[in-house]
Structures are given as C-alpha cells and as structure tokens.
Design a protein around this ligand. Structure first.
Ligand code: AVJ
Length: 321
C-alpha cells in the first residue's frame, strides 16, 4: 500500500517499481499495446505537464482557473466554513491556492498524488504560505484507494478533483471512482470537480498536439522512464506522438507510434513493433454538463451547482452524495 510518510519513500519506490514493471509488461503484451497514463508523472513528466498547462493551445487549465476566479465567492459559499479538502491528483496545487484563498477559515488540506517528490515539495511550499492550514500529503494512486488520516475521518470532507483528470477513465471506471468519492464525502460533504466539455475537433487536436512539441515530449517521456527505471532499450526517436479525436466516444486518444518495424527489450522481455504500430497511452474523455451529471447520478451523486466559462469549454461542478 502506498506510504503516506516521507520516511517510507524507499519502500514506496521499490514497491511501485515492481508494479510499474508488471503494468508495462502486461500492457505491451496485449494485441492493442497500451501503457497506463498514470506513469506519465515521474519528476520530469510532472514538470512537462506543468509546461503543457502554460501552453496557449492547452485551454483546460486556463479556462478552469478562470471559472474558479470568476466564481470564487459562490464556490466558497458552497463549500462553507472550516472546509477539509481532499484533492485527487494534486500535482502542483496551483488551482487549489485560488480555492483556499476564497474559503472561510479552511481547516485542512490533504493533497493526494502519485508523484512523491513533486507532491512533498509542493506541500512544503504550501505549508510556508498557509501556516494555519493543516497540510497532510498522501502519496498514492487515488484509483487504488487510500486512507483518510484518522483526525479527519469524521469530518465533512470536500473532495476536490480538478483538471478533468476524471476524463482519463472510461465511463464505467469513472462511475466506480465517483462511487468511492461519494462514500468518502458521505452525506455531509461534497465533490467539487472539473470536467472538460466536448467541443470542436480542431480545438481539441491543437490542445493535445501542440506546435512546440511539449505534449509530444510528455508522451515520449514515458519511454525514457521505462528505459531508465525498468532497464528498457526503447529508441525513443523511433516513436512519435499521435493524438486523434474519437467522435463516437467523445474522447481524445493519445498514442506512441513506431516509425519502423523494431524490437524493444525491457529487462529480459522482448516486444516487437510493426511499422506504424501504436501504443495507446491516454484517453481524455469529453462530456457535456448533462452527460456528466447523468454519469455521476449512477454513482449516487446529485448535482448542486455548475459553473462554466463563456465559451462552454469547461465546467466546474459541485455534487452531494
Ligand atoms: C491531466 C488528464 C487532465 O487529459 O488533458 C494533457 C493530461 N495529456 N495533455 C488531459 C494531458 C496530454 C490531462 N489530464
């Protein structure tokens, strides 16, 4: 189980290396090869993701932040005083600062993230800037479940799940995770979630295949990580980043495509690639406000309030269990 204390970090690294290897070998053995997108976020991947968020063409971060700024008062009222915030996939906690600044006397912040060093460094900076807030980082893959610290088990929790990270999951898995969240925040707390909305294909493609190649680098970094951490020999320059929009499923799909026929070794295992063969690395599902509310209803969550931007690119939604 993922460690929650920094002094357990060595054990965590070992445990997650074995799991990483297992997931990579299993994913590359399928007829449609795939790699789980959660492995994007090593130290370099987390930094590249922060760079993506700054790109002109990557509208989600800027749009969501705009919604949070424009509706700060209403969102603050909705969460109420003395909030205990649990953030799923907190990354650099940039949007969280905007939220914390508009909450009345928030009690605790529990950021949950898979990227340990990045999480702990972010938590230290937050502690310096919010001395009255109890900050309790948890290193975990939130899809695998984690324990809320005992001090807050009986509090009214608000789960904060920004960034449209929920879009990585296929609808059934999204419902399952939302059900876990519904149990976690029970009848007193709530869920504040960011959801990317379906829109013109070209806007989506520009966001997921930027001209500067940052997204390509982010995607390809997964192969560098496998080389480094799992003793792989991917010739990274023989793969390219591909983003497509699957209209039937309303999702962006991201792949790593092999330039040529080649064989790759990972430890003792070997994988062959045909020319043009793709490894699926990420789905990013797009919703509309009503389709997402329907999905959440299947998880026992009912929508209280919805905030959007003028272009309807993104929604921030509050739900109760
Ligand atoms: C972090 C999952 C929200 O789907 O937009 C950005 C990840 N991948 N560019 C997204 C991502 C490529 C991002 N999420």
């Amino acid at each position: 189980f993922p460690a929650t204390q920094p002094h357990c970090s060595t054990a965590t690294a070992d445990a997650s290396d074995a799991e990483f290897l297992q997931d990579v070998l299993a994913g590359l053995s399928k007829s449609q090869k795939h790699l789980p997108c959660k492995y994007f976020y090593d130290e370099r991947g987390s930094k590249l993701f922060d760079q993506i968020c700054e790109l002109d063409s990557y509208y989600p971060t800027r749009t969501e932040t705009g919604i949070m700024v424009d509706n700060a008062e209403a969102i603050g009222r909705r969460l109420g005083p003395e909030a205990v915030l649990v953030e799923y996939g907190s990354g650099s906690s940039t949007k969280t600062r905007q939220l914390l600044d508009h909450l009345q006397n928030p009690t605790a912040y529990i950021p949950v993230d898979i990227s340990e060093d990045h999480l702990l460094a972010t938590a230290e900076r937050l502690k310096a800037d919010y001395p009255d807030l109890d900050i309790h980082p948890i290193v975990a893959d939130f899809t695998q479940g984690f324990e809320i610290p005992t001090a807050y088990r009986n509090s009214q929790l608000t789960v904060y799940f920004p960034g449209s990270t929920i879009g990585n999951l296929e609808p059934d898995a999204a419902i399952e995770l939302l059900r876990t969240i519904a149990r976690q925040c029970d009848s007193h707390g709530g869920l504040l979630i960011g959801v990317d909305l379906d829109k013109a294909e070209q806007v989506l493609l520009d966001a997921y295949d930027d001209d500067l190649g940052v997204t390509a680098e982010f995607n390809l970094n997964l192969l560098h990580r496998i080389n480094r951490q799992l003793n792989g020999n991917f010739a990274v320059d023989k793969f390219r980043h591909v983003a497509i929009y699957n209209a039937a499923k309303a999702r962006i799909e991201i792949y790593l495509e092999s330039h040529c026929a080649q064989t790759v070794a990972i430890g003792d295992a070997q994988f062959t690639f045909a020319e043009g063969e793709r490894i699926l690395t990420e789905y990013s599902h797009k919703y509309d406000v009503s389709s997402f509310a329907d999905l959440a209803r299947h998880a026992g969550l009912s929508v209280d309030e919805v905030w959007t931007d003028p272009r309807d690119y993104f929604a921030v939604m509050h739900f109760s269990a």
